[in-house]
Design a protein around this ligand. Structure first.
Ligand code: CP
Length: 323
């Protein structure tokens, strides 16, 4: 693996999941792999799980991880080619990234979208400029449109749950991604990325439920059944992934924040005793009810724990490719 920006960087999802579960069973089995190697974790936006799970993953592989909160501690970076830097930006990415590439063997970057300009966000300029100028492998810690480490974790968590509670022979799990209300406009990254991974995995009956006008970019959702009827979608679901996102077509808006889209026990009763997933952080009793989050159906905490094994697997694949 030369980089990890989307599911397109993965040759075989099932093999990668097996490696992640092997790391979960034996976290230190490759503790020599990263000795003498260093990863730079660059955050242009906040994080809890992504930052810490990647640090733990690097440590399990014997690798040193250094975190740099670019948004708070670094110079304001310019990403536009040919920019006349007479405004607020202080350092161009084409100057900064090659230096970071000399300090680190691998760079990992979190850059959220602006949610103001769809074309800019969906061009993935920030992460692409790092890739262009860093000269070392780049891992996405969530970009403007995708969150691949989260989605890999999500598939690991689904597969782990299925191994513990197998469905009937030859049955595909029904996975429902459902929109949920939120207090502010959020990126489409998690929903885009989850859709892209489940579609690429191809081992599920995949349904996306959202209110009218919350359609996601078809490049990620193509292959899924899409409905505005949450009740119909939830029927007999085995996994329900709850996530808010802002509008894609009329970009970055909140049209309708209908609280009736929040998952409740009553709705969950129509599923096949579904496991409930969320990437976190979650707004309790806005996106997801306490009764669900604190129930035995919730996979949320285990899912967040699995972030370590996803990151460790990706790091190990990148380290092995660069030997
Ligand atoms: N799910 C996730 O990416 O969490 P953080 O934003 O805390 O890293």
């Amino acid at each position: 693996m030369k980089q990890f920006i989307s599911v397109k960087d993965v040759t075989n999802i099932n093999e990668l999941v097996q490696k992640a579960l092997a790391y979960k069973a034996n976290p230190f089995m490759d503790r020599q792999l990263g000795i003498g190697k260093r990863i730079g974790l660059l955050f242009l936006n906040p994080s809890l799980r992504t930052r810490l799970s990647t640090q733990v993953a690097a440590s399990n592989l014997g690798m040193e991880a250094i975190v740099f909160n670019v948004d708070k501690e670094g110079w304001a970076l310019e990403f536009e080619e040919g920019a006349i830097m007479s405004g607020n930006t202080v350092e161009h990415i084409k100057d900064a990234a090659p230096i970071l590439g000399q300090y680190f063997d691998v760079l990992a970057i979190r850059t959220f979208p602006s949610l103001k300009n769809k074309e800019d966000d969906y061009s993935e300029m920030y992460i692409n400029q790092f890739i262009k100028y860093a000269g070392v492998p780049v891992i996405s810690l969530e970009s403007s449109t995708l969150h691949p480490l989260q989605s890999f974790t999500d598939i690991i968590s689904i597969q782990e749950s299925l191994l513990a509670n197998p469905l009937q022979v030859n049955a595909k799990p029904k996975i429902v991604l459902t929109w949920a209300p939120h207090v502010k406009p959020l990126p489409q990254c998690v929903a885009n990325s989850f859709s892209q991974w489940v579609n690429a995995w191809g081992a599920a009956d995949f349904v996306i439920a959202h209110p009218q006008d919350y359609e996601l970019d078809e490049q990620f959702t193509k292959g899924a059944t899409i409905t505005h009827n949450q009740d119909a979608a939830l029927k007999n679901a085995d996994f329900v992934y709850v996530k808010n996102w802002s509008t894609y077509t009329d970009y970055g808006k909140v049209y309708d924040n209908d609280p009736s889209w929040m998952l409740t026990d009553e709705k969950l009763a129509t599923t096949n005793n579904a496991k409930v997933m969320h990437c976190l952080p979650v707004r309790r009793n806005v996106e997801l009810s306490d009764e669900i989050l604190d129930s035995a159906n919730s996979l949320v905490s285990r899912q967040a724990g699995n972030r370590v094994w996803a990151a460790q697997t990706v790091l190990s694949e990148i380290l092995k490719s660069s030997r």
